[in-house]
Design a protein around this ligand. Structure first.
Ligand code: NAD
Length: 492
């Protein structure tokens, strides 16, 4: 199964145009071959997209659509994604190196996101608030106007959908800037959106560098909201610039999420959950369970089981359906991952497995790295504090609930947490004690569009998904409607 990759045209302001910005080389991480050279957006392209988006979003024909009418576009986009999921998955695997199994699931989840947001939109209610005078009071939600989504390379179609679907549902225009390492799959999303008949200008795709295209979107005064998913430092910079123009931002940032295995856990369930939590997506996941705490009584037994299971993982080509660990996105990213591991070893960490590139013909030219487990450091070590965004796990022992909650929270991030135990009450106490946006109990990395997602501390601000996810793209307006029919007494 192969498909034609998108050609060198960006979907800007309702038309396919050659970008006037710098060329972006997209490579296939499984073998290093060149996918496409895509000319990114220039500042002129961004300005054109903004101008057309302003016109489109204020067009009475769009503004006067009722929610159920606007929802029809979202359903059409959902159907378009689902009908071409195989093609979208192929392009995303070529773009990112992710396994075809995972990209297929991501494409279908993106379809689900549009469908859910369409359905949620149809059922959202404004409020008639309790009146405190001779008037009616309403609280209504309205579109913000022109908005932007800035996304990372690790799960583009899913993170794009999580921004574009609620933004359009809310009645906005949205300009999408994907990461430079994954410029292709968002063009597939544009193809589907164009086919849905969405009025031109409401959606544009602007690949290009963060410091140029991204920055313009953040600082342009016409943009009324930015939803950003990416690294914490970039997010912090965006928040600063947004503060200048008092623009709301949503920031989905990095993580160093603890996974906790208590002595009473089902060890097979825990081993499978830990492996999936940290090594699926080759660890390139914001929610990767990259800090593992194992209760001291089972530490040796559990760690040896885990190491054996890790060594049995199938590292392979993105299009091999048996592959569990695919290549990393880019050689530069692998170099970063390797540097983290080298530093940990220099600081005294013990290498339990991995720590090297796999050898053999299958791996030639590809950006492969073996799943790696480190131990023998305490929670203050750099390897326990910094996000690596690769297949690297650090294991630490703990004594009891209090100890593991303290260690788990002793980190700048607060994105997610996994807890494995047979004791429901203990799971509940730890879940409530941990500082994180999402906690999984006896499972990990399950996702539902109906359940809000986001982080605390350095992992971000704001929530995506869920019915409230649409409201995050709207402004609330209060309306007072006089019932007295009389002049105001003050003026008498
Ligand atoms: P990144 O922060 O380098 O880039 C993310 C996006 O921001 C890209 O499109 C990039 O071009 C753009 N960008 C860069 N500089 C910018 C600037 N100055 N102004 C505006 N935009 C700018 O992140 P990445 O390397 O693409 O992705 C990995 C990071 O994303 C990890 O830290 C990961 O944890 C995080 N992430 C978080 C979530 C979440 O939901 N919390 C999900 C996925 C990834």
């Amino acid at each position: 199964m192969t498909y034609e990759l998108p050609v060198d045209r960006l979907f800007i302001a309702g038309a396919w145009r050659q970008g006037r910005g710098a060329p972006i080389n997209s490579h296939f991480p499984a073998d290093g071959t060149l996918n496409r050279v895509v000319h990114g957006a220039s500042i002129e392209d961004v300005d054109l997209a903004i101008e057309r988006a302003q016109t489109a979003v204020s067009d009475p024909a769009w503004r006067s659509l009722r929610p159920h009418e606007r929802a029809r576009f979202l359903y059409k986009i959902a159907d378009g994604i689902a009908q071409t999921a195989e093609r979208i998955a192929y392009v995303q695997s070529r773009d990112t190196g992710k396994t075809i199994t995972e990209t297929t699931a991501l494409a279908l989840s993106a379809a689900g996101t549009f469908r859910y947001m369409g359905a949620a939109l149809e059922t959202l209610e404004d409020a008639l608030t309790p009146s405190r005078g001779d008037y009616l009071t309403f609280s209504v939600y309205e579109a913000l106007g022109v908005t932007a989504g800035i996304t990372p390379w690790n799960s583009p179609i899913a993170s794009d959908a999580q921004k574009v679907a609620p933004a359009l549902a809310a009645g906005n225009a949205i300009l999408l800037k994907p990461a430079s390492w994954s410029p292709l799959v968002c063009l597939e999303l544009a193809r589907v959106i164009e086919a849905s008949g969405l009025p031109a200008g409401l959606f544009s795709v602007l690949p290009g560098s963060g410091s140029l295209v991204g920055e313009r979107l953040v600082t342009d005064r016409a943009i009324r909201k930015v939803s950003f998913t990416g690294g914490t430092e970039v997010g912090r910079g965006i928040a600063r610039k947004a503060a200048e123009k008092l623009m709301p931002v949503s920031l989905e940032l990095g993580g160093k999420s603890p996974t906790i295995v208590f002595a009473d856990a089902d060890l097979d369930v825990a081993v499978a959950g830990v492996l999936f939590g940290v090594f699926s997506s080759t660890g390139q996941s914001c929610i990767a369970g990259s800090r593992l705490f194992v209760q001291r009584a089972i530490y040796d037994t559990f760690v040896s089981k885990l190491v054996a299971a890790t060594q049995a993982l199938r590292i392979g080509h993105s299009f091999d359906r048996t592959t569990q660990v695919a290549p990393l996105i880019h050689p530069d990213h692998r170099s970063d991952v390797e540097a983290h591991v080298r530093r940990a070893l220099a600081e005294g960490a013990e290498l339990l497995t991995g720590g090297e590139r796999p050898q053999g013909a299958t791996y030639e030219g590809g950006v492969y790295y073996r799943p790696t487990i480190l131990a023998g450091v305490d929670n203050a070590a750099a390897i326990c504090r910094e996000e690596i965004f690769g297949p690297v796990l650090v294991v630490l022992p703990f004594d009891d609930e209090g100890d593991v909650i303290a260690q788990g929270n002793d980190n700048e991030y607060g994105l997610a947490c996994g807890i494995y135990t047979a004791d429901f009450a203990k799971a509940w106490r730890v879940a409530r004690g941990i500082e994180a946006g999402t906690v999984w109990i006896n499972t990990y990395k399950q996702f539902s569009i109906s359940t809000p997602f986001g982080g605390v501390k350095d992992s971000g601000v704001g929530r995506e998904k869920g019915r409230e996810g649409i409201r995050a793209w709207m402004a609330q307006k209060s309306i007072y409607f006089d019932l007295s029919g009389k002049p105001h007494p003050w003026a008498r």
